[in-house]
Design a binder for this molecule. Structure first.
Ligand code: FAD
Length: 402
């Protein structure tokens, strides 16, 4: 987006791409469908980036979700809006998004050098003068835009080079960590839960016994722990405490539509209706099969006990477990399984009106390399596209020919 916009404004642009094709990550986004943005209002949108979200207001004022949708429609990619305001290509193919962009930047006469990494940026008196590739080729430039992404899914090309390049000219890097990342539950994790998907559940994150976040939706159990949309979102608040050694737990409310009173009434009704049924069979009315052994172990009720023999105390234990199935979180997966990298180039050193470095004239940054990370839902790509748009347009002004 940055390269195409700079060229669109008349600049003479060369795109240096480390991999064999630009946009490899874009091609795998949204489970291959690319959730390219979200139609939430700006005030709502920026909240999905936490305290740093306000930095994006200027970029969003220039190029926001409706502009992005118009842009893609104009370059031949039809889009559709789904649940939660998420926007996808009508074809459901992330490849189509990347291909449309690539075709467009070629039409803007951007020169593309693939399998070429920037290794160094060259400055003179706090002004950019060019960059050096891994083949030690120096390229002179009036402006350089760093759009190298973060550290997640490194096979797509994002290996943190931008942090090193920025640091080499004096930028501060806010310590990075994986975000939107699956969570591990340690050695005591019940393996028979592997593969289980839960829909319409509520999950809460507890740090040192204090509830810090809550999400409603889908999650799944893996061989190491937990994954799925609500777990990824909760991970945004889990990674830092885990790295500081705090006690982190996830509590799953398996019956979020029923409060304690209603759930108790439901349990009593089931017990009345199926008085002779064994407890383990009664649970089939309440839970997916895979969860039954874990439930029985936790509530300590004899499986062969008839429903009508279940005491009030046992019924209470069952109700409390259904509302608070708690798992200890022992760690998180690595960058290679993280949707996004949190931390990055300090926003204090970037002008939000242009994306230009406040330290080096002619140096611009955009996308995930910045200290910005958002929730799932199309927020991160819009951030990358908006800051890319702004960096490209601003950098073009540095080209005397544009
Ligand atoms: C599996 C997965 C699914 C995702 N799904 C979604 C989604 O549906 N919606 C959403 O909003 N976000 C999603 N994201 C997040 C989103 O993909 C990123 O936020 C976004 O791609 C960041 O864009 P970027 O251009 O900053 O970095 P990247 O997309 O990582 O691109 C950086 C590029 O720079 C190149 N590069 C790196 N170093 C150098 C160098 N030294 N020289 C030259 N080139 C270099 C890389 O090869 C790469 O092509 C997903 C992420 C992952 C991993």
């Amino acid at each position: 987006m940055a390269a195409g916009q700079a060229a669109h404004e008349g600049a003479n642009v060369t795109l240096l791409e480390k991999k064999n094709i630009p946009g490899r990550k874009l091609r795998i986004t949204g489970r291959g469908r690319c959730n390219l943005t979200n139609i939430a209002e700006v005030s709502e949108f920026v909240k999905h980036f936490g305290k740093n979200g306000k930095f994006l207001r200027q970029a969003f004022a220039r190029f926001f979700s409706s502009d992005l949708i118009d842009f893609f429609n104009q370059i031949g990619l039809a889009t559709k809006i789904e649940r939660g305001g998420r926007v996808f290509p009508e074809s459901d193919r992330a490849q189509d998004v990347a291909d449309a962009l690539l075709t467009w930047i070629k039409s803007q006469n951007v020169r593309i050098h693939t399998e070429t990494s920037i290794n160094k940026i060259i400055t003179d008196d706090d002004r950019i003068t060019g960059a050096v590739t891994d083949a030690k080729r120096a390229i002179e430039a009036e402006a350089v835009i760093i759009a190298t992404g973060g550290l997640s899914y490194s096979l797509t090309g994002s290996t943190g080079d931008g942090y090193r390049l920025a640091k080499s000219v004096g930028h501060t890097i806010v310590p990075t960590r994986p975000s939107l990342v699956p969570l591990e539950t340690g050695v005591h994790f019940p393996q028979h839960l592997m593969g289980l998907r839960l829909k319409n559940v509520s999950a809460s994150l507890y740090v040192n016994g204090r509830k810090t976040a809550q999400e409603f939706g889908e999650m799944e159990f893996t061989d190491y722990g937990l994954d799925g949309p609500i777990v990824l979102t909760l991970s945004r608040n889990a990674v830092e405490p885990l790295e500081h050694g705090s006690k982190v737990e996830i509590s799953i409310d398996l019956k979020p539509a029923l409060d304690h009173n209603k759930l108790d009434a439901r349990l009593l009704r089931d017990i009345d209706r199926h008085g002779k049924m064994h407890f383990n069979n009664l649970l089939k009315e309440l839970l997916p099969m895979q969860l039954i052994p874990t439930c029985m172990e936790s509530v300590q009720i004899v499986p062969e006990k008839s429903a009508h023999q279940i005491s009030a105390e046992e019924r209470k234990r069952l109700r409390l477990w259904l509302k608070d199935f708690r798992l200890n979180i022992s760690g998180h997966r690595s960058y290679d399984e993280a949707i996004i990298t949190a931390g990055g180039i300090s926003l204090k050193e970037i002008d939000p009106r242009t994306m230009e470095s406040r330290l080096v004239k002619g140096l611009y940054f955009c996308g995930e390399v910045l200290d910005l990370d958002g929730d799932t839902g199309g927020y991160n790509l819009q951030e990358a596209f908006s800051t890319g748009w702004l960096a490209g347009r601003s950098a073009a002004k540095a080209d005397p020919n544009s």
